[in-house]
Design a protein around this ligand. Structure first.
Ligand SMILES: [Zn+2]
Ligand SMILES: [Zn+2]
Length: 254
C-alpha cells in the first residue's frame, strides 16, 4: 500500500495541513487536506473517503472536493463512516444552508457524492481494500480503521484518548505493518488532552503497553504545531525506537 500523507497536523497553520491520507491513489482517509494537496487530476482519481469522525478538521475538504468535481466525476465519490457521522453530515453540512446538498446534485440518480454507512466491527470490502471500523474514545462519535490489502494491514486510530476496543482488535491482526496513532498535546497539558479526547506521549505509552507483543512502526500524527517541541521532547523520553512522526507530503510504503 502506498500511503501518502496529505496532512497530519492537529492544528492549521500555513505550512501545517490538517489530517488526511491517500492510499493507493483511490482511498482517502479523512479529508482535512485533499484539495489543498492534490491536483485536479489526482482529486478525480479518488473513489472513496473514510471519515473517522465529524470534527471539522477531518471533513472540511469533502465540501470543496464536491464543489470541484460537480459535473466532472462519472460516479459519485463514496463517503463512508459510522451512522452518527453520516447523519451529522446530512443534518449539519449537506443541508443547503451550510453547503449545497451535493448528494442530490447535479441529480439524485448520479450525484457528486454519496454518503454510505459503514457497520462497526465488521470487515467490509471497499475499492479493493478490506476495512473495519472500530469505535474509539473521543467527544464526538468516532472510529479508527483497520485497513488491509495484499495481506498487509495498517491501523489508523483516528482522534482518540485512551481507548480499548481497537487495541483488542489489533492484538489479533496478522501482518501488521504500521500503526498510525494520534498524539496531540505534550504531557504537561494532560488535562487539555483528556478534555478533548486526545493523547499525550505518556498516554500513548500506556496505549502501546496494551499491545505488549506488537512490534511494528508507530507513526504519530495530529501533533499540535504550537506544542511540537514539547511533544517531541516527551516522545524522546519514551525511548521507543518504533515511534516515528509522520511527515506531511511523504509517501510511506506498507
Ligand atoms: Zn476530533
Ligand atoms: Zn482532529
Amino acid at each position: 500500500m502506498d500511503f501518502k500523507v496529505l496532512g497530519c497536523s492537529g492544528s492549521r497553520f500555513p505550512q501545517a495541513k490538517l489530517t488526511s491520507f491517500l492510499i493507493d491513489e483511490v482511498l482517502a482517509l479523512d479529508a482535512g487536506a485533499i484539495v489543498s494537496s492534490l491536483s485536479f487530476k489526482e482529486q478525480m482519481k479518488i473513489k472513496a473517503i473514510l471519515l473517522s469522525h465529524s470534527h471539522f478538521d477531518h471533513i472540511k475538504d469533502i465540501f470543496f472536493l464536491a464543489d470541484n468535481l460537480i459535473g466532472r466525476n462519472p460516479y459519485p465519490i463514496k463517503i463512508y463512516s459510522i451512522s452518527e457521522v453520516i447523519q451529522a453530515l446530512k443534518s449539519h453540512a449537506f443541508n443547503n444552508i451550510m453547503w449545497p446538498d451535493f448528494t442530490k446534485i447535479p441529480d439524485t440518480h448520479n450525484p457528486t457524492v454519496s454518503l454510505e454507512v459503514i457497520p462497526e466491527g465488521k470487515k467490509v470490502r471497499i475499492e479493493g481494500f478490506t476495512v473495519e471500523a472500530v469505535r474509539v474514545n473521543h467527544p464526538a462519535p468516532a472510529v479508527g480503521y483497520i485497513i488491509s490489502r495484499d495481506r498487509k494491514t495498517i491501523v489508523y486510530s483516528g482522534d482518540t484518548g485512551p481507548t480499548e476496543e481497537i487495541w483488542e482488535r489489533v492484538r489479533g491482526v496478522k501482518n501488521l505493518k504500521g500503526l498510525i496513532i494520534e498524539t496531540s498535546f505534550p504531557n504537561k497539558h494532560e488535562k487539555l488532552a483528556y478534555l478533548g479526547g486526545h493523547m499525550t506521549p505518556l498516554a500513548l505509552k500506556s496505549e502501546l503497553d496494551k499491545l505488549w507483543y506488537v512490534d511494528c512502526p508507530v507513526y504519530l500524527y495530529h501533533l499540535k504545531p504550537q506544542y511540537r517541541n514539547d511533544i517531541l521532547k516527551d516522545i524522546k523520553r519514551l525511548r521507543n525506537r518504533n515511534i516515528k512522526i509522520l511527515k506531511q507530503g511523504r509517501t510511506y510504503r506498507f
